[in-house]
Design a protein around this ligand. Structure first.
Ligand SMILES: NC(=O)c1ccc[n+]([C@@H]2O[C@H](COP(=O)([O-])OP(=O)(O)OC[C@H]3O[C@@H](n4cnc5c(N)ncnc54)[C@H](O)[C@@H]3O)[C@@H](O)[C@H]2O)c1
Length: 380
């Protein structure tokens, strides 16, 4: 088991992340450690897909540790991240008379994590919660950092709160049941984090992608455990010193660098009405565009661009994009909510491990269109 501690400027917000293989049976024991001896009730928020696979084990472990667990099942898919679901989860907690010393367990991917975390952030002005991420994306990214929230019909993640978990228990064994496309989606995010982190995490990610090529996921369990832990460590190192993503920060360790690939990624999701891409796939294409653009601006070497493209190629297939209109995507980019002072902020690269935030006003629009067109064609 790999353990790491996320220390934050507010010490009582600090928490532990445990990454291991087959650690789910220790959920009760860990929850007792993290929630304390006064916690009696815990609500396990999950969806049917994940609960059918891992629900009973989780409940059993929690009961053994003296908890009275309550199952709260939400629907599967992004549409569950809504205020309607939040109202239901809050009402269930209230009917069951949950108190401030009780807790919530998020058992599932990023959708469940975001909405269970937000429920925990606002029920009685905040109760503790534990992340048990079961997708690769959630394990390396969304379970770390305390961003919680839901969508509005007008846009994704428009409502939310920063609420740090009391602990994160990551069982890489759960990835064995993950559909291949969801795994790829998480791998694109691994490449993203590797690229902005530096040569070390990037090559560790590449080595894992190569090993996965030749063997099955089951055979790579210990490497997977190390990879997930290394990614959590990187994400924690960013979050630690920029917990709330300060708008004023534009340095190479500000939380905003985690948006690498997201400028185009969000636009691709929006123009295809969230139907064509998994989030990680859109980010995969987005990081191709950002890397290509970095090279065209003379910031990134051809060799580095090549190795990034190679890494993305190893994660899995990307949906077809040759029918998408570059102009519509450019328009969607300019509507991106991650605007600052009226201009879109791109995360570009001055080399692997050296991200730089660049305002669109410093980039010739012709180069953006060119990088986009090239990436849209490359996915075939
Ligand atoms: N809070 C953050 O910092 C942050 C960061 C990145 C993304 N997100 C959010 O995360 C969400 C995407 O998360 P995701 O990619 O995990 O999607 P998801 O939660 O929808 O999970 C993907 C699919 O995999 C299924 N699944 C989950 N675990 C499984 C398992 N072990 N075996 C079999 N099936 C399993 C789910 O039921 C679902 O159908 C988005 O809403 C995004 O906004 C949040």
């Amino acid at each position: 088991v790999e353990r790491l501690r996320v220390t934050l400027s507010t010490p009582r917000h600090s928490y532990e992340i445990k990454v291991g293989s087959n650690v789910l049976p220790s959920l009760g024991h860990n929850a007792r450690d993290w929630l304390g001896k006064d916690a009696h009730r815990v609500a396990v928020i999950s969806n049917n897909t994940v609960f059918d696979l891992y629900g009973q084990q989780s409940l059993h472990s929690l009961k053994t540790a003296g908890f009275a667990p309550l199952e709260l099942i939400v629907s599967d898919g992004e549409t569950a991240k809504s205020l309607t679901t939040i109202q239901k989860t809050l009402e269930s907690l209230s009917i069951q008379r949950f108190e401030r010393s009780d807790g919530i367990i998020a058992l599932g991917g990023g959708v469940v994590g975001d909405l269970a975390g937000f429920t925990a952030a606002i029920y009685m002005r905040g109760i503790p919660f534990i992340q048990v991420p079961t997708t690769l994306l959630a394990q390396i990214d969304s379970s770390v950092g305390g961003k919680t929230g839901v969508n509005l019909p007008t846009g994704k993640n428009l409502i939310g709160a920063f609420h740090q978990p009391a602990g994160v228990l990551t069982d890489v064994n759960t990835l064995r049941t993950l559909p291949r496309r969801e795994l790829s989606s998480g791998l694109f995010e691994c490449v993203k984090q590797g690229v902005i982190s530096g040569e070390r995490l990037f090559s560790q990610t590449l080595r894992f992608l190569d090993a996965m090529d030749t063997s099955r996921l089951e055979n790579s369990a210990s490497q997977l455990e190390k990879l997930v832990a290394a990614h959590c460590k990187f994400k924690a190192s960013i979050v630690r010193q920029d917990e709330r993503e300060q708008r004023s920060r534009t340095d190479r360790r500000s939380r905003r660098i985690l948006n690498f690939g997201h400028t185009t990624g969000h636009a691709l999701e929006a123009v295809t009405r969230y139907r064509r891409f998994k989030h990680g796939e859109a980010v995969g294409l987005g990081l191709i565009v950002a890397s290509q653009l970095s090279k065209d601006l003379g910031m990134l070497s051809a060799a580095e661009l090549e190795s990034i493209l190679e890494a993305v190629g190893k994660c899995g297939p990307l949906p077809a994009t040759d029918d998408l209109d570059a102009t519509a995507i450019v328009k969607a980019i300019s509507q991106d909510k991650k605007r600052n002072a009226g201009s879109v902020q791109w995360v570009l690269l001055e080399g692997i491990g050296n991200p730089r935030i660049v305002s669109e006003t410093e980039i010739p629009p012709r180069l953006i269109r060119q990088a986009l067109r090239r990436a849209l064609k490359s996915s075939n």
